[in-house]
Write a protein that binds this ligand. Structure first.
Ligand SMILES: [Zn+2]
Length: 381
C-alpha cells in the first residue's frame, strides 16, 4: 500500500501539450530503487532526446524463456475540478483506492513488485522481468523504443492494463488520419469560376463509406463486442460562406482494424481510393497521420501463457476494444496477454479508483504465474 501511495503521489502525466506533459522519469526512479533493493538488475533507458521519459527493465535471474510483467508508468491528464478526491493522493474510501493511475495502471506495477518479494535470482529457473514504459497514453514512444532496441527478451508477457482480472488475448488496432482537399474559391453564381473542395469531399466520403462497407463485409471476429472493423468520420470543416465556392475542406477519421488487418496496408488503401476518386478533378489532396497508429494484436489461444491464465483465473480469454502496448511486445517475440486488476470503465475518468478487494487476488495470481513460469520445474501446463 505504501508503494501504491508513492506512485500515485508522483505525477507522471503524458500529454501532447508540453505545458501539461510531465514525463515519467520520477516514477521510473522510484520503481528502480525498490526493484534494485529487491535484488533485480536495473536498466533505465531514457528515450532519445527526452530525458524526462524513460523505460525501465528490471530483471531477476537469467537465461532463456522468462516472464515479463509490464505496465506504463505514465497517466492521462485529469479534469481539473471534476475530481472529488485529490488525484495525486491515494485515498481509501468506500472499499476503494482513489487516485490518478490506481486502475490505469500504477497499482499493477506495485503489485508486481509485491508479488516478487522474497524471490532470489537463485530461485528462478527462468528470468522474471518487470518492465515499466513511457508515453503509453500518447505516442507509445516507450514501447516503440523497446522494439528499436530489441529489448527485453522473454517468452511470455503480461500487461496489467485494467481487465477486471480476466485474461485478454486480442484487441483492435487504431489509426487516425486527416484528409485535406484544396480547390479554388470563386463567386457562387458561376461554378466555372472555382473548384469546390466541399463537393469533392462529398465524393470522397461516398468512397470511404463504401470501402467501410467492404471492410465490414470481409472481416468479422465474433469475440469482439463490435465484431467488425470500424471507421468513424469524426470531424469535417470546409468553406466560409454560402456565396463562395469552397476552396478548402478537411475530414478527420479513425479506423479500428481487427487482428490480422495491417494498418500500413489500410492507410495505403485509403490513400489510393481517395486519390483515385479525385483523379483529373484539379483538386489537391493532402494526407496527414494524426496518429500513426497501434496495430491490432492477437495471441494464439493455445499459447502457454493464454492457457495458464485461463486455468488460474477460471475465465476464457477475451477480446477488448482498447489498444495497448501488447503488439510491440508481440513484435519482440513474446506471447502477450493483458490481465490487470482495474476496470477499464474507471480509467481516464474523474475519481479513478481500484476496488480494495482486487489487491490480494492480483498478488496471489501473479505469484502463481511467476511460480508456474519461472520457478516450477514442471512443464508450463
Ligand atoms: Zn493504461
Amino acid at each position: 500500500m505504501d508503494m501504491i501511495g508513492e506512485l500515485i503521489g508522483t505525477p507522471s502525466i503524458s500529454c501532447a501539450d508540453p505545458a501539461i506533459d510531465q514525463g515519467n522519469r520520477a516514477v521510473i526512479d522510484l520503481l528502480a530503487d525498490w526493484l534494485e533493493a529487491a535484488g533485480f538488475a536495473i536498466e533505465i533507458m531514457p528515450l532519445p532526446g527526452t530525458p524526462a521519459r524513460a523505460n525501465l527493465i528490471a530483471t531477476l535471474g537469467s537465461g532463456p524463456g522468462g516472464l515479463v510483467l509490464a505496465g506504463h508508468a505514465d497517466t492521462v491528464p485529469y479534469d481539473t475540478g471534476a475530481w472529488q478526491h485529490d488525484p495525486f493522493r491515494l485515498t481509501e474510501a468506500d472499499q476503494r483506492l482513489y487516485g490518478l493511475g490506481t486502475s490505469d495502471m500504477k497499482t499493477f506495477l506495485a503489485l508486481a513488485i509485491e508479488s516478487s518479494r522474497g524471490l532470489r535470482a537463485a530461485d528462478l529457473r527462468e528470468p522474471l522481468v518487470i518492465l515499466a514504459t513511457a508515453d503509453e497514453e500518447t505516442s507509445m514512444s516507450g514501447a516503440r523504443a523497446l522494439v528499436e532496441q530489441q529489448r527485453p527478451h522473454a517468452r511470455h508477457a503480461i500487461i496489467g492494463e485494467p481487465t477486471g482480472l480476466r485474461p485478454v488475448r486480442m484487441h483492435k488496432g487504431i489509426f487516425m488520419e486527416r484528409i485535406r482537399l484544396h480547390g479554388h474559391a470563386g463567386h457562387s453564381s458561376n461554378p466555372a469560376l472555382g473548384n469546390s473542395a466541399l463537393e469533392a469531399m462529398h465524393r470522397v466520403i461516398g468512397v470511404i463509406l463504401a470501402w467501410r462497407g467492404e471492410l465490414q463485409a470481409d472481416h468479422h471476429n465474433p469475440l469482439f463486442a463490435v465484431p467488425v472493423p470500424t471507421l468513424n468520420l469524426g470531424h469535417i470543416h470546409g468553406g466560409d460562406s454560402p456565396n463562395r465556392i469552397c476552396a478548402e475542406c478537411e475530414l478527420q477519421l479513425d479506423l479500428r482494424p481487427l487482428p490480422g488487418m495491417d494498418i500500413h496496408q489500410l492507410r495505403g488503401e485509403l490513400h489510393r481510393r481517395v486519390t483515385g476518386t479525385l483523379e483529373d478533378s484539379g483538386i489537391g489532396i493532402h494526407f496527414d497521420a494524426l496518429f500513426d497508429g497501434i496495430p491490432a494484436m492477437e495471441t494464439a489461444p493455445d499459447a502457454a501463457i493464454v492457457q495458464l491464465a485461463e486455468r488460474l483465473t477460471g475465465h476464457a480469454p477475451e477480446a477488448v476494444a482498447f489498444a495497448t502496448e501488447a503488439p510491440y511486445l508481440t513484435q519482440l517475440g513474446m506471447d502477450t496477454i493483458i490481465l490487470g486488476p482495474g476496470n477499464i470503465e474507471q480509467a481516464h475518468q474523474p475519481d479513478e479508483y481500484l476496488a480494495l478487494d482486487r489487491l490480494q487476488p492480483t498478488i496471489d495470481l501473479l505469484r502463481r504465474l511467476i511460480k508456474s513460469v519461472c520457478i516450477s520445474t514442471d512443464r508450463l501446463l
